[in-house]
Design a protein around this ligand. Structure first.
Ligand SMILES: [Zn+2]
Ligand SMILES: [Zn+2]
Length: 130
């Protein structure tokens, strides 16, 4: 079993699947649960309020949301900046408009790649002889 240093507390542990130790995983789960319970009761809370009232770090709350472990449904005031444009977002790494733009450019890129591959197939010599 691989031995690793916990990314969070630095303790050495045998790594199973995550880069943090079991004690930290338990702590994170606990913190996640605290934030969830808090948001159920305080739907209008902002990130600052959640951090102050629960004692859970903003970065960690953002990580939870990005990972999909914490899902915002009725919390209109809770958001964090999009990694691309800095506009407030409530899920994932990017805001809705960046997600749209990125998936459009991704689709364009893969379409281009498909065309390129088709052209290469047509080129004499590259067709596999059967
Ligand atoms: Zn740890
Ligand atoms: Zn954005």
């Amino acid at each position: 079993m691989p031995i690793a240093n916990c990314k969070r507390c630095g303790r050495i542990f045998s790594q199973v699947r995550r880069n943090i130790c079991p004690a930290c995983i338990a702590e994170e789960d606990q913190a996640c649960e605290t934030v969830r319970a808090y948001l159920r009761k305080n739907r209008d809370a902002t990130m600052t309020q959640v951090t102050e009232d629960t004692g859970v770090a903003t970065e960690f709350i953002i990580d939870l949301i990005r990972d999909g472990r914490l899902i915002l449904r009725n919390n209109p005031n809770l958001n964090y900046p999009c990694e691309r444009c800095g506009n407030p977002t409530q899920a994932g790494r990017y805001c809705a408009s960046c997600t749209k733009e990125l998936s459009a450019s991704l689709a364009a890129a893969s379409a281009k790649l498909r065309i390129k591959m088709q052209q290469e197939k047509k080129r004499p010599g590259s067709v596999p002889k059967e």
